[in-house]
Design a protein around this ligand. Structure first.
Ligand code: FES
Length: 182
């Protein structure tokens, strides 16, 4: 069903290129179209993080932004002690401070420089100064949101939606990307 925010002109892309027509010029400058494209195409897309070589050691943290400047979401890729890669939000779950500001190795996880909240390499909030008396703390909401990460060759990619929620065009096939979608 067509998104209600989209203007009435037709900009279907015909499957047969011989029958395709040039899309309406308004598609290029309509703010609603831009918003819909962001949500439907770019948020669930796979975006490049780095080559594996840029996370050279275990306990390595690599901060990056998802798709600047249109989706400037701060994320951090981690190579854990088993040599596996993970991707998390790089925003502290306390007051939103950015956690990693440069690539680094840390055996103690990420420590927020604002009030000292500490996160382990699996994104769990493991320590917060002066919070011993707080009830029901920590909870899952204090952990860093996790994002999917995939390795293709020597390159790492992530998406802002869970892998299970990706639209078919962005799904992985036998653990590899369909390059035609990029
Ligand atoms: S903002 Fe990170 S501990 Fe407060």
């Amino acid at each position: 069903m067509k998104d209600k925010r989209l203007p009435p002109y037709d900009f279907e892309v015909h499957a047969n290129i011989a029958e395709a027509k040039t899309i309406h010029t308004a598609v290029y400058h309509d703010a609603n179209v831009f918003q819909v494209l962001l949500e439907k195409i770019f948020v669930p897309s796979w975006q490049f993080i780095a080559s594996c070589d840029e996370l050279p050691t275990e306990d390595f943290y690599f901060p990056f932004s998802f798709l600047p400047p249109i989706i400037d979401e701060p994320l951090v890729a981690v190579k854990n002690t088993e040599g596996q890669f993970d991707c998390f939000s790089n925003v502290c779950t306390h007051r939103g401070n950015i956690l990693a500001t440069e690539a680094c190795t840390s055996k103690h996880g990420l420590i927020c420089k604002y009030h000292g909240r500490r996160f382990s390499a699996d994104g769990k909030m493991v320590f917060m100064p002066e919070f011993k008396e707080v009830q029901n703390f920590p909870s899952a909401q204090d952990d860093l949101p996790r994002y999917p990460i995939q390795k293709w060759g020597n390159w790492l990619f992530t998406s802002l939606v869970p892998q299970s929620a990706l639209p078919p065009a962005y799904a992985l096939h036998d653990g590899t990307f369909e390059l035609s979608y990029f």
